[in-house]
Design a protein. Sequence first.
Length: 576
Amino acid sequence: MPDEKRKYRSAAWFGKTDKDGFVHRSWMRNQGFPDHVFDGRPVIGICNTWSELTPCNAHFRHIAEYVKRGVWEAGGLPLEFPVMSLGETNIRPTAMLFRNLVSMDVEESIRGNPIDGVVLLCGCDKTTPSLVMGAASCNVPALVVSGGPMLNGKYHGHDIGSGTAVWRFEEELKAGTVSTQAYMDAEACMSRSAGHCMTMGTASTMACMVEALGLGLPHNAAIPAVDSRRYVLAHTAGARIVDMVRDDVRISRILTREAFENAIVVNGAVGGSTNAVIHLLAIAGRIGVNVTLDDWDSLGRNVPTLLDLMPSGRFLMEDFYYAGGLPAIIRALDERNLIHRDALTVNGKTVWENCHSAPNWNPEVIRPLEKPMVEHGGIAVLRGNLAPDGAVLKPSAASPHLMQHRGRAVVFENIEHYKGRIDNPDLDVDENCVLVLKNCGPKGYPGMAEVGNMGLPAKLLKRGITDMVRVSDARMSGTAYGTVVLHVCPEAAVGGNLALVQDGDVIELDVESRRLHLDVSPEKLERRRRQWQPPVNSMKGGYQQLYVERVMQANTGADLDFLTGGRGDDIPRESH
Ligand code: FES
């Protein structure tokens, strides 16, 4: 029986001899718990996003068993609990609409229950930020165990990547260069094992982010879901969180300004998703650390992209792990003094203690500093009259010849308008045009769907055109690519200048000078503004109504305004 000197928060439930204590313990005993598990030991919540509707997280109950082994071994009491699970490929209208809802589910599950520390089981895109946001709002000790990526896709003798292959196949199908049968064959070849997308999509990006932030154990990001070492990591995490509770290592000790700066730099080095921008801003907002959109540009601008991974490069997450994983990337970045070495991580060591001797086993996959994939990676933050509050573009996924471009706008008022018009043979469009999509931001869609990388017109694909400048207030899947300007703020639905763009207007993009300009005079824009009508909100109550009313813009993380700001310090830490 552990001889705990401190009385943890859970003792307010299990540590009493009165009627309340009787009730709290008695009902728990129906699960077969003996007396001694209520002896004051740390109670560890295992927050599980398992769901068969979230295929990327469908193996999580198995992972939870290994976390429990570690918790028991270290003298804690593990209690697994479910929260709403967001399966990117299934849930409608878009998983992002529910990220903040899940974070509330996580927060209130922790606040309302006898939990001293929590292990967050994260995988598919939104499951990572939502769980971290919820735990940050409670400021309890927390440790992330990611579910791990799928094994490499294998198709007709070569590797194919989740999502990235879908975008390519769809373009080839529209261009008539691949048969429908070959397209259908790729389905099973792409998703061969348990795990999340094995490209540098949002799931892999966010797994890298939690490791870079110090919230995950070393190698959390890349170990494949079905590799036995994923289960060793889960077991180790279970043991470690018990000690974190004993040492009172709350999530605010890990999520410092330095940790966020490390994560932003790492995002540039791995060619991470633009979605990380929104999610990290939201997490920072929850813990009360000042991180801004401009930090992404200033900190990431000179970071070389070292990881040669799809969609920007050639390899996949399995290759990344065998090449040395994230510790090898962090070690390389330190050579340019880009890493805060002393940032604390969940294993009790600093980032540098974890990574200083990490080997790079394959310089094809993890490029050396002198031979990067992209010399200046990171996320470009654009401004101008079309995005006064900012917009983002991922240079490593864009076409060099379009980074400075001036073109005629072809405008779609919303996603339905786009779908109905894009493949019309009479659409007046050529490869120099700029495709503009409105009303797909947080309030407009609502939920800010991943539709910003709108597919090109079929008639241009048939001519071999593979990229065009695209501009929208939407997001883009991390598995996608192209010269795509995203997250335009303010969004069209709240009357940003994006709402005023018309067919034939000229738009200028200059990534080097971070400029996004609508070449229309202020007087003309003002005239258009006077005639502009906001889109009709057809919400009929419920969570979606609350979301539309209270969601913030993308440049501050698209969180609900009443959820921000270090609110976790009101939780009692100990029972007296
Ligand atoms: Fe789940 Fe890509 S669909 S991670």
